[in-house]
Design a protein around this ligand. Sequence first.
Ligand SMILES: *[C@@H]1O[C@H](CO)[C@@H](O)[C@H](O)[C@H]1NC(C)=O
Ligand SMILES: [Cu+2]
Length: 199
Amino acid sequence: MFVRCAYLISIFIVSYVNCETRTAIARLVSQNVNGSIEFTETTAGLRVTGSIIGLPAGNYGFHVHELGDTTTCDASGSHFNPDGNTHGGRDHTVRHVGDLGNVLFVGTGVGVANVDFVDDVIALRGRNSILGRTLVLHEQEDDLGLGNSENSLTTGNAGSRVACGVIGIKSPGEPWNSATTVSPSVLLFLLALSFVFRT
Ligand SMILES: *[C@@H]1O[C@H](CO)[C@@H](O)[C@H](O)[C@H]1NC(C)=O
Ligand SMILES: [Cu+2]
């Protein structure tokens, strides 16, 4: 993760600014469904892994919704879409940040979905951070915006929500704030001091 991290160095301080690889987790549990999905930082983007059991074989819409309210799955709001885009698939250039396409359940009867992909739009820091938002599994397949209907470009016609879970911190346990322990004004002061004492 070093490419995405910054080191602030002055004559008085060396701050190591949140460079550890972050992992988040969401539990998807409902009457029929049981699973855990993890999101781990890699240099290529967030690796999304885990397995979910409980739905018949097929594709089911899989999104990050904008709110971390899981009073009901509907309370988690719309797809996380900070750029005001239309709905799309995970590999589309125009998509909601939260558009993760579908997960495929396989098997007869009670199916299992083994999830493993890397997505370079969702993140665990910055503007596209999905931390504190909600992972939602839908009852139908997401048409990825290609369904030729109005809903297609907002929800992908994925139907109602069968399970949802808030995306929370798994590791590290240390603070995730992007701020350093030193405020910018203090940093500027220290930089000025180092400049003065240089001669
Ligand atoms: C969900 O799966 C986990 C791990 O396999 C298991 O420990 C847990 O008891 C299951 N929960 C439910 C509600 O079935
Ligand atoms: Cu959704």
